[in-house]
Ligand binder design. Structure first.
Ligand code: ADP
Length: 266
């Protein structure tokens, strides 16, 4: 194990690394990663780094209204300076999307190239944060293997958060994710059941569109902490998908001198 590796040197002050995992795509893993990062920066004094290693489907920049931003090399070999999502500089974001010429460019790479890119994201970005939240692709892919290899010397500070929806098909896939985390020795902080019921915008009622509670029973069965249920919320779709709204809100906040980017506050 290389304790002098560039990755270890770069991340030596990062106290905690959280991998956000899901068995399937579209269950809300990136939304959860974004919300975790936003709530950590707004409810604590922590500085948070948010790294998007979903190389073929990066969505964090769009969710944070950062589409079109690019990263630059800092002076004196500092490495890439990540994009700051807030004015206070508490939330730094890095994604392959910031390196692509166009957001429609496709990343068609084999495993070794993906691994090299992920190593660069860990070792060559000027991470100035207490917690690094990593949004991973769904399933167990080249990206997961690369992460576990490059982060192996920092195993004592890595944890996983698992995201699922309540449907049986998502639950069966998430079981594989639990097995993966256990096989590579990453402790699981807990499981979140996303899209658990529909929160009506007109009344406070929550309707169970799909079955509900599957995530909770799986967590119980697997002796994993159940972190909670997040309903399908039409407002969240608007906030995450419609950058115009998010950017409008940010401009409004900037005018008022505010720096809050919390989803709850919007
Ligand atoms: P994944 O990262 O698992 O592929 P995303 O986070 O990109 O999934 O979410 C997929 C879509 O579902 C996005 O359009 C997102 O805005 C929406 N979404 C995620 N969670 C919720 C939720 N709780 N309520 C409403 N929409 C959601």
């Amino acid at each position: 194990m290389d304790l002098d590796s560039p990755v270890v040197k770069r991340l030596q002050n990062v106290k905690s690394i959280i991998l956000v995992l899901s068995g399937k795509g579209g269950v809300g893993k990136s939304s959860v990663a974004t919300q975790l990062a936003l709530s950590a920066t707004t409810s604590t004094n922590a500085k948070v780094g948010l790294l998007d290693v979903d190389l073929t489907g990066p969505s964090l920049p769009r969710m944070l209204g950062l589409d079109g931003h690019s990263v630059h090399m800092g002076l004196h070999g500092q490495g890439w300076v990540p994009v700051h999502a807030d004015r206070a500089g508490k939330l730094s974001v890095m994604s392959i999307a910031f390196l692509l010429k166009s957001k429609n460019d496709a990343v068609v790479w084999r495993g070794p190239k993906k691994s090299a890119m992920i190593r660069q994201f860990l070792a060559d970005v000027k991470w100035d944060c207490d917690t690094l939240i990593i949004d991973t692709p769904p399933g167990t892919s080249d990206e997961h293997i690369a992460l576990t290899e490059h982060l192996a010397p920092l195993a004592d500070r890595i944890h996983a958060v698992i995201v699922t929806t309540p449907q049986a098909v998502a639950l069966s896939d998430v079981q594989k994710e639990i097995t993966f985390a256990r096989t590579v020795g990453i402790p699981i902080l807990g499981l979140i059941e996303n899209m658990s019921g529909y929160a009506c915008p007109h009344c406070a009622d929550c309707t169970n569109v799909f079955s509900t509670g599957g995530g909770e029973s799986l967590a119980k069965r697997e002796h994993i902490l159940f972190l909670g249920k997040v309903p399908i919320d039409p407002l969240l779709v608007k906030l995450l998908d419609d950058i115009k709204i998010l950017q409008m809100k940010k401009e409004e906040q900037a005018k008022q001198g505010g720096i809050t980017l919390s989803v709850q506050d919007q």
